[in-house]
Design a binder for this molecule. Structure first.
Ligand code: PLP
Length: 474
């Protein structure tokens, strides 16, 4: 399948047929009674239908009844090198045996954290040579906004506090990260930060269904952003936070040139550009970071998490430009205030050792190159589904994609369309394929080692599920 690079070790590994567990029912009952799941429908919590995953290898996972699935969710955007890689498990164990944990506060470091920061500086674009480690993507977003505020204040501009985000954005689940999220349906019952967070329009542009040209759409988005900056006062805006392609908001791809134009607008007004590459980074678009290579921009900060460890360990990081880090350092007064941000588990040694090994495997097996090869094939095969009766559109880029469902009446996340996507999801699951239902979308983000034969299998099962769901409608 591969025409260049070394063979992918885990590509063809499948799980042996599993044994169901005797305690399967106990596990489900314990879960239903006691676990408050993240991002779950609370009204559906007692229906005891949780999927308890007990085993995983390559691109497959197995549940506690011994049923194997091809995981086209990639453990939720995380999985790069595949499940169950002994090399990674050994790296984790070696570090745990050597030195599991010590505080990272102040000027205390660990070998894995120092080496990983050096490696990330090598992989990142431009002068993004400083790394602030966090525990996940949400805490990295939170930290980046704090760094932006701290930087501006250190430059004598404490009035720069407004932060621009976009509708449909997803940036995580700390209170500030959640405030930056822009999905209306998620903004329930909580008290979000309204004082300094502002949402611009969602920048998604889908040429297959759009009524306007890409240039028109881009011009509108830029005019809106410029107007918002003027309204707030350019000297009061601290940062713009943006996923290059919006992931969990529905795999929304902005019009051509959007990232570059927004970056230029930020630079013009002294606004820091924070690129959230939690999903687009670490190979999903075919590069360690997509900002520069794919979109032609060097942001002021890049956020990474998930794929940095292939999800084997929790870890997040903010990559910061020397320009900003140096300016903070140089302008600090004699009795300089402490940069009071960080977590007990920032740069956890076991997580950093895992990330280093993950990067080593990705480089050795040229996984970004593999994605550049299979990504277009994945999108081409998925786009073949566009003509099916309940498919409204298919969109995405390399190994991040979604199929948008509709009943043929009204497009969008209506109750009927969402029920339809759920039905597609459960047909897929029965046939041994995990896709992620989100509103009226089926989101796909397979492990990056996915091969062409597995892509064919994903598309075949999905097509069958879509046809069955369409038949149910008739
Ligand atoms: N940013 C983006 C683009 C994400 O997709 C996510 C999670 O899905 C986050 C941030 C938050 O990351 P975490 O769940 O690790 O806190």
């Amino acid at each position: 399948e591969r025409t260049k690079g070394r063979p992918l070790a885990a590509l063809d590994e499948t799980l042996a047929p599993g044994e169901g567990r005797n305690d399967h029912k106990d596990l489900i009952a314990a879960d239903a009674r006691h676990v408050l799941h993240p991002w779950a429908d609370l009204s559906a919590m007692s229906d005891e239908d949780a999927l308890v995953v007990q085993d995983a290898k390559g691109v497959h996972v197995q549940d506690s009844e011994g049923k194997t699935y091809l995981d086209a969710i990639g453990g939720m955007w995380c999985m790069t090198v595949g499940y169950g890689r002994d090399e990674l498990v050994d790296a984790m164990a070696d570090q745990a045996r050597k030195m599991t944990y010590y505080t990272p506060f102040g000027d205390v470091s660990s070998e894995p954290a120092a080496r990983l920061a050096q490696k990330l500086a090598e992989l990142s674009p431009g002068d993004l040579n400083r790394v602030h480690f966090t525990t996940c993507g949400s805490t990295a977003i939170d930290s980046a906004v704090r760094i932006a505020h701290y930087y501006h204040a250190s430059q004598g501009q404490p009035e720069r506090r407004h932060v621009l985000s976009r509708k449909n954005a997803y940036h995580g689940s700390t209170y500030l990260a959640a405030s930056l999220c822009g999905k209306a349906a998620d903004r329930t019952l909580f008290q979000y930060e309204k004082d300094f967070v502002h949402h611009l329009s969602s920048p998604g542009y889908d040429a297959d269904i759009a009524e306007e040209s890409s240039e028109q759409r881009l011009a509108e988005l830029l005019a809106e952003m410029e107007a918002k900056i003027e309204e707030l006062g350019p000297e009061t805006v601290a940062a713009f936070v943006a996923e290059p392609i919006l992931a969990s908001g529905g795999v929304l791809v902005p019009p051509e040139g959007y990232q570059k134009a927004t970056r230029e607008l930020c630079a013009k007004h002294g606004i820091l550009y924070i690129s959230d590459e939690v999903v687009t980074g670490f190979g999903r678009l075919g590069h360690f970071f997509a900002s520069e290579v794919r979109f032609g921009i060097v942001p002021d900060m890049i956020i990474t998490a998930k794929g940095i460890t292939s999800g084997y360990q929790p870890l997040g990081a903010v990559l910061i430009s020397d320009r900003i880090a140096d300016a903070i350092g140089e302008s600090a007064p004699e009795n300089k205030p402490v940069f009071s941000n960080g977590y007990t588990y920032s740069g956890h040694p076991v997580a950093c050792a895992t990330a280093l090994k993950n990067i080593e495997i990705m480089e050795r097996e040229d996984i970004p190159g593999h994605v550049r090869e299979v990504g277009p094939y994945f999108m081409k095969r998925l786009r073949e589904l566009t003509d099916l009766p309940i498919v409204y559109t298919v969109r995405g880029d390399h190994l991040m994609a979604c199929v948008e469902c509709w009943t043929g009446e009204e497009a969008g996340p209506t109750a009927k369309n969402m029920a339809l996507a759920q039905r597609v999801d459960s047909y897929c699951q029965s046939a041994g394929l995990l896709v992620r239902p989100y509103e009226n979308l089926c989101i796909l983000s397979p492990p990056l080692i996915v091969g062409r034969a597995q892509i064919d299998k994903i598309v075949t099962i999905l097509e069958d599920a879509l046809l069955r769901a369409a038949k149910d409608l008739a």
